[in-house]
Structure formats: C-alpha cells, structure tokens
Design a protein around this ligand. Structure first.
Ligand SMILES: [Mg+2]
Length: 232
C-alpha cells in the first residue's frame, strides 16, 4: 500500500532544544561547553533516556526531565556534584520563562512542504504538557502541518497505540498507509508499530546500535523514505 500520511514527533525531531541558551546556563554554573559539545552529548543522552522512560509509563513527569538533563550533563563530562542540581534548576527556570524547545530543525519546513506538495497528510504526535502547538508556533512550523495531537490534550501518550490511531483517524488513512518518525525507539518506533504503521527512528549519529527498524539520519532521509513509497 502506498503511503498517504507522514507523522512527526516534536521534541528532538521537528523542534530542538535551544542549545545556545543551555550553553549559557552551563557557563553560569562554571561549566564552559561549546554548543556542539552539548549537541553531541544530548544525542547520546537520549539513547540512555529511552529505557528509563520505557519503564515509566510517561515521558512527561518532572523526574523524566530531571533524568534527561542529568544524562546530558554526564555526557558533557560534568560530575553530579552540587552543580548538577543547580544547573537542572537553572534550566527548568529558563524553560518556564522562555520555551527551551523552540529551535526548528533546519530541514523541517522544506520537508513538511515537500510532503504536502505530494498530497500526503502531515500530522504531529507529541508527548507534551499541552504546549506542543505553542512549541511549533515558536519554531515557525505550526502552519506547515495539518494537525497536532498533544498527549496532554488527548489524554493518551506514546507509546500507547491509541494516540497513533487518533492520527490515522485525523488523516483518514489505514495504518499501512502511514509512517511516523521520532527520536526515541521505545516511545516512537514501538508505539507506531503497535498501531500498525511504519515507525522510523531518527538516529543522527548512529548512536542506537542494533535496532529492528528503519532509520533516518535526518528529516531529509525520512522525506526520501516516504516519497519513495508514496503514490506517484
Ligand atoms: Mg522526541
């Protein structure tokens, strides 16, 4: 069956952390790190976060954000001493005043537009706290998608198959006609698969080791995967 819908995760897929703001917060705690060093650390940290969130039943608790930030810190080589909790607090405070998730993926706009031009339905499935739409608006991407499903608003979270089924309903396509891309194997890929659609792992640096799923290094590779399987 040709693909007729392409669905996207938000965090670390369409929208990234403001690493410049994170670097400033790090520096304020005496941890001088370049943005690129934090980027590389985050890409390793998310692989370590995966089994933690997989066992927890939610990706949205404060404890999850704390674990995530702690893993990023460990990956940039910061020992978890007094600075750790202070940095986490500083980043959380920053996140409250200024959305940390607001940096659009550099390829997102062009990729979303290309998929829509080919007639695909383009939707978003996000585990969020009710701010997924705002995040997309801040990143200048909200008008580039057909719909947004925010777990907080629909009452069900990835990897539960029901949030993916809601997306299928919104796009009016069968499971085999949809592909979903996200950055967490247990949440995004396994959830999509449970709903019968193709789940693709965004793996920019090959950090995930052996996984039984298709991967894309970036959104352009995801676009190519989808367009190769879409109607002519
Ligand atoms: Mg994500």
């Amino acid at each position: 069956m040709p693909l007729r819908a392409a669905f996207f995760d938000v965090g670390n897929t369409l929208v990234h952390l403001r690493l410049d703001r994170m670097a400033e917060a790090f520096a304020a705690e005496g941890v001088g790190r370049e943005v690129e060093a934090i980027r590389a650390a985050e890409r390793r940290a998310r692989v370590r976060l995966d089994p933690i969130v997989a066992g927890r039943g939610t990706t949205e608790g404060l404890d999850v954000m704390q674990s995530y930030l702690r893993l990023i810190l460990e990956e940039v080589g910061v020992r978890w001493d007094g600075r750790g909790p202070r940095l986490v607090e500083r980043l959380r405070a920053l996140g409250r005043v200024e959305r940390l998730w607001s940096e659009p993926d550099p390829d997102a706009r062009a990729v979303l537009a290309a998929l829509r031009r080919r007639g695909l339905s383009v939707g978003v499935i996000s585990n969020s706290d009710g701010t997924a739409e705002q995040s997309l608006r801040d990143a200048g991407l909200l008008d580039a998608v057909d719909f947004v499903l925010d777990s907080h608003l629909v009452g069900v979270e990835k990897p539960d198959r029901r949030i993916f089924q809601l997306a299928l309903g919104r796009a009016a396509v069968a499971p085999a006609e949809a592909a979903f891309v996200g950055d967490l194997y247990s949440i995004d890929v396994l959830g999509a698969r449970r709903a019968g659609m193709t789940g693709i792992l965004l793996d920019p640096i090959g950090a995930w080791g052996e996984r039984d799923c298709p991967r894309a290094r970036d959104l352009v590779e995801f676009r190519d995967f989808v367009l190769a399987r879409a109607d002519a």
